[in-house]
Ligand binder design. Sequence first.
Ligand code: C5P
Length: 220
Amino acid sequence: ETQAPLFGKNVLVSAGPTYELLDPVRFIGNFSSGKMGIEIAKSALEMGANVTLVCGPSNISTSGYDLQRINVISALEMQKSMEDNYENADIVIMSAAVADYRPATKAEQKIKKNDENMTIELVKNPDILKGLGEKKTHQILAGFALETNNAMEYAQGKLEKKNLDLIVMNTLQDEEAGFQKDTNKITILPKEGDPISFQAKNKSEVAKDILTFILEKHIL
Ligand code: C5P
């Protein structure tokens, strides 16, 4: 029991960026490395869980880890994989940096340049996490919030709007936090109770803090 506190539990984690294709060779994306979500997946595995990792484009390998990794490219693909695995999940942690918009159309062939400027029309992507929150039954649902200002207020708003059990907040004002970094500095805002702030740590230790928090605050 103390060796494997998540034994028998199904943990579903998303990680990485999404790439929204313009044509076969170009995309709109972001600098997420996938590191935070992948560390959560590895920690959950270490704690005895069955782990499904839905991962956007990331160079980080999980070979040698006994988890189910589903690689996806776009937000729409990520949404489908998250929804397909949602019912079976006990704990769901959405740490992917999902693109909020995608090009309205994807060209079949590489787009040719000409002498004019070019305008790209973008359409809104679905909010995957919000959709999961609306369908929540037995799951413990966690999201991330990367904020630059008014961090607590915005994070609290997302916690409520997306029907989450907790949200993990980090701010770009912290040196140790953010994309491509090995460390992170977080505050966890639970649905009920006071926020808890943690020191800056390696992302692997941050992952353990998040999972331990879930274990201690929720009866699984
Ligand atoms: O609203 P905001 O994008 O800041 O919320 C961040 C949280 O929502 C993260 O957990 C992120 O993975 C999730 N999200 C999502 N689908 C989107 C945008 C964000 O699931 N289209």
